[in-house]
Design a protein around this ligand. Structure first.
Ligand SMILES: [Zn+2]
Length: 508
């Protein structure tokens, strides 16, 4: 979905906040099946992507028009919940006899327009109140422009979810679902959290007025309120980096005591956006490691808010002359976060030393909701770069195996979206490295003495030229590891101005 310029395409989508009745506070919420790639296991409102199937007439004051997103909202709502917001001769029908059609629409073997015309059904604009549109922030490789509609359950109809893409659906109020989320009992997608926060104690029909100022602020460049867990705001910031990692996630974590993890933006304008987001007093800035895309705003935040910067002693050394670090953190150190958002007692972050990607890399575990702030141990966008001499592949793999043993429910990375399948992601990363090592050994055995750059262009044949230096670093890191294990050796040198490693390598 990523274009050649590194910017993701945006897919049109629609979602429905279905109120149980004209004055009811309850709305219908679905749980997306665990296996889904996008927000698997999360609660959200019914909805989905606009399809070519959605070119059906939309009637307004007796005149037919078109709005694919309204049609999408109606189709998705019927497919997912069995509720049909279409009228026959001005009245809502009982859609229960059309289970077979619902099944065929879900299976994409029946066109929505055909279904509607067969039963003389029409979509009416007045049944869909547009609350506003939200666009997935730029950091994500998968982006949607989602129109949220408010609708009311037609009299006599019932909402029910069939197992498949969704595994549950129920009526709830904003306050009840947010309370369960705050206790850590369920996952809720960040846009749903934002909408539910607006709806606390209000009716769904109030949503357009409540959402309008939020949409205006976002359009003006405000940082979106992205909450994957209570008391944890994810703040993707534009940083220096090659595609796909042009954004780095900072995290604002805590309730009474707030820490800002990895503020990476180095451009003043991007730092300004960050400052506008920070409205509570902070306890400190915490760095997972020293790379520029994780520390770019550390000095600016620290001096603006007079905050200490905390990092591993090795990171302190590596940042000397660039960022002043005021305190050190090491294995098992704790950062107190105050009282947990659900009021159940204190919560905190625990540091674990995970060298390899960077010599002073730390990850932070939050045991209350079982969150793991993983820095650059795992990227959800690409494989993690190991750049010698500071980067060490052997140490990185050992650190990755340690992370596997942490009992975490959600892993929050420096790049890309958080994942609720941390073990799978870590296992995939380990398997990928093992495969790369096999390929490297095979290339060494076949080709005789070779340079790092030569091996990189052989092993990463399809890679864009600008990314080849990164590939060369991976090869170099792999060779260093093989050398330590007695499987490869430096067998000569060669002259080259730009090469960082001027050795020829061979298998042992
Ligand atoms: Zn890094």
């Amino acid at each position: 979905m990523r274009g050649c310029d590194g910017v993701s395409a945006i897919t049109q989508a629609a979602s429905v906040l279905l109120a149980r009745g004209p004055k009811a506070a309850e709305v219908f919420v679905v749980r997306r099946a665990e296996a889904l790639r996008f927000f698997g296991g999360f609660h959200a409102f019914p909805g989905g992507k606009v399809s070519e199937n959605d070119e059906v007439p939309l009637w307004s004051d007796g005149t037919p028009g078109q709005d694919a997103r309204v049609a999408c909202a109606a189709r998705e709502l019927f497919e997912e919940t069995g509720v049909l917001l279409a009228r026959c001769d001005g009245a809502f029908p009982d859609p229960r006899p059309w289970e077979e059609e619902r099944r065929r629409l879900l299976a994409d073997t029946l066109r929505f327009g055909d279904f509607l015309s067969t039963h003389r059904l029409r979509l009416h604009a007045e049944d869909f109140l547009l609350a506003g549109s939200l666009v997935t922030p730029e950091f994500s490789p998968v982006r949607f422009d989602t129109a949220f509609y408010v609708a009311t359950l037609p009299p006599g109809q019932h909402a029910s979810v069939w197992p498949g893409e969704l595994d549950a659906g129920f009526w709830t109020t904003a306050d009840a679902l947010l309370a369960g989320w705050t206790r850590g009992e369920c996952l809720v997608s960040p846009p749903t959290v934002s909408l539910l926060e607006l709806l606390r104690g209000r009716l769904a029909t109030d949503l357009p007025a409540l959402l309008a100022p939020v949409v205006r602020a976002l359009e003006a460049g405000a940082i979106p309120p992205i909450y994957f867990a209570p008391g944890v705001q994810m703040i993707p910031l534009k940083t220096i980096g090659l595609p796909a990692s042009t954004y780095t996630n900072a995290y604002l974590v805590g309730s009474e005591k707030l820490y800002l993890l990895d503020p990476g933006a180095h451009e003043p304008r991007e730092q300004e956006r960050l400052f506008e987001t920070i409205d509570a007093p902070l306890a400190g800035v915490v760095l997972t490691h020293h790379h520029p895309d994780h520390v770019g705003a550390a000095a600016a935040v620290s001096s603006r808010y007079r905050l200490p910067v905390l990092a591993h002693p090795r990171t302190v050394e590596l940042l000397k002359g660039r960022v002043q670090v005021d305190g050190t953190l090491d294995e098992d150190d704790r950062l107190d976060l105050g009282t947990a958002p659900d009021g159940s007692g204190p919560w905190h972050l625990e540091a674990t030393f995970t060298p390899g990607h960077a010599g002073g890399h730390l990850v932070f575990y939050e045991p209350h909701y079982r969150l793991l702030f993983a820095g650059d141990m795992v990227s959800m966008l690409s494989s993690v770069v190991i750049a010698p001499p500071d980067g060490d592949l052997g140490l990185y793999l050992a650190s990755l195996r340690r992370l596997r043993d942490i009992d975490c429910r959600m892993l929050l990375p420096g790049h890309g979206a958080p994942t609720v399948r941390p073990k799978q992601v870590i296992d995939d990363a380990l398997a990928h490295r093992a495969k790369r090592e096999e390929q490297l050994l095979a290339a060494l055995r076949e080709g005789g003495p070779q340079s790092v750059a030569g091996l990189a262009s052989r092993l990463y044949r399809d890679l864009a030229a600008e990314l080849l230096p990164l590939a060369a670093l991976q090869v170099w890191a792999g060779l260093e590891k093989l050398q330590r294990e007695g499987k490869a050796a430096r067998v000569g040198t060669f002259k080259a101005e730009e090469a960082e490693d001027r050795h020829l390598w061979a298998a042992v």
